[in-house]
Design a protein. Structure first.
Length: 436
């Protein structure tokens, strides 16, 4: 069914594309964050390089205070980017201390230096971008309050008017930029919420398209395969009545064909139910497991395969989960089907062992004289789809499958499955070769 395969490939491509876009977005966020921190560090270094000499020359602070306050104020900007509340509190310390330990010259801006006011404006803006609006608002009020306090308590006579103007300008500029940073932060928050909602919507749409595709595949399989299988059942069931003189052996063979066809239709209905987008109408028949191996081996013997009953005495069946038992059954079923198709008349040995928390399944068939002829006849057909199916089944539960010819000319299928399904991809491997 080419359309089904194409649609499924398209759905897988869509999922892969979504994962690629997500990875690209994460990489972009990482690069952007790195550049932000590098930019913040560069600004801090620039403020320190200008502020420290200015404190010791124009404001005549002693070296420990001049350099220490410049370092503390510049560092508060970087701290605010990571911890807004702590950074805002640290930035207020130089604003309080510097006017108390400075001896400004006549032309020096008061009550703070220009570098100190620029640093404090940046701290308030960064807090507005990185935290709740109350943090920059409280920092702005405290900064303006410190400026007013320094203006009336520490300013020399005759310089209060200029200092008052500077405080008003600082309050206006920092207040305006604080509001702008808070608005920008809220806008970014709204954009992130919108992007998250769009992502959820896109995921729901993708899930809905996948469910619709699965329903369409189930419908097509039912229309094509179920009809053909129903015809086989009817023909096999009525053969004894339509053809007189059939021997008892032929009648029994037709009955076996009808039984196998009914069983296949039941299993197909179960599979189609699992493909549909709702739980309604799903088959409730139990899935096959170890208890059903006897019937599977009997069907293989009827088709001419010489297979011995596997020894299950050494297998702890209670420790094997239902999903793993079903997977093991399907692998054995496909391996026997390959023997029937490609090596009729061959002898088959099936082994089950448990060790190290895993179930090992081995199906090995001997060489068949007819097998070489069948391989030539099958050349050019869809060889290998069953092997791929076994690998995918094992991979889904976290196991692996190795399929390869034996040195004697036969074929082996070896599966390693966890006792309990891990529900993730394993390391399935398949080597296709001549044989079953």
């Amino acid at each position: 069914m080419p359309k089904t395969r194409g649609a499924t490939a398209g759905t897988a491509g869509l999922a892969a594309g979504g994962q690629g876009a997500f990875s690209t977005a994460k990489l972009w966020d990482l690069k952007r964050t790195s550049w932000v921190w590098l930019g913040t560090a560069a600004v801090c270094i620039a403020l320190l390089a200008v502020g420290a000499p200015l404190n010791m020359t124009l404001y005549h602070m002693v070296l420990p205070f001049g350099l220490g306050m410049a370092i503390l104020h510049a560092a508060s900007l970087g701290l605010t980017a990571a911890r807004p509340v702590a950074g805002m509190l640290v930035s207020l310390v130089p604003m309080v201390v510097m006017p108390l330990v400075s001896i400004p010259e006549g032309a020096a801006p008061l009550p703070f230096s220009v570098v100190a006011m620029v640093t404090q404006v940046l701290v308030i803006c960064v807090a507005g971008l990185r935290s709740h609006w109350m943090v920059p608002a409280a920092g702005w009020l405290l900064s303006v309050g410190v400026g007013v306090m320094d203006n009336y308590l520490t300013m020399p006579n005759g310089q209060t008017q200029g200092a008052q103007i500077n405080v008003v300008v600082f309050a206006a500029v920092s207040g305006g930029l604080m509001v702008a940073s808070v608005v920008a932060q809220q806008w970014q928050h709204l954009r992130e919420e919108l992007a998250a909602e769009r992502s959820v919507s896109a995921e729901e749409q993708s899930r809905r398209r996948l469910a619709e595709e699965r329903t369409r595949i189930a419908r097509e399989l039912h229309d094509v395969v179920a009809h053909g299988m129903s015809v086989v059942v009817v023909q096999a069931t009525t053969a004894a009545y339509r053809h007189a003189g059939l021997s008892d052996e032929l009648k029994q063979e037709f009955e076996d064909i009808a039984d196998n066809s009914r069983r296949a239709m039941t299993e197909m209905r179960s599979m189609l139910g699992s493909l549909r987008d709702s739980g309604a109408g799903r088959a409730t028949a139990p899935q096959p497991g170890f208890a059903d191996l006897a019937g599977l081996l009997a069907s293989a013997r009827t088709a001419g395969v010489r297979v011995r009953d596997p020894a299950l005495s050494g297998v702890d069946l209670d420790a094997v989960g239902e999903v793993i038992a079903l997977t093991a059954y399907r692998i054995v079923q496909e391996a026997l089907s390959n023997v029937v198709r490609h090596a009729p008349g061959a002898s088959v040995e099936i082994r089950f062992t448990t060790a190290g928390g895993r179930l090992e399944v081995s199906v090995v068939n001997s060489p068949s004289a007819v097998g070489a002829v069948m391989a030539q006849l099958d050349r050019g057909s869809h060889v290998g789809q069953g092997l791929i199916g076994m690998r995918e089944r094992a991979t889904i539960v976290g196991g692996s499958v190795i399929c390869m010819p034996t040195p004697e000319g036969g074929f082996s299928v070896v599966a390693s499955l966890p006792l309990i399904s891990v529900g993730k991809a394993g390391s399935g491997r398949t080597r296709e070769g001549k044989g079953a």
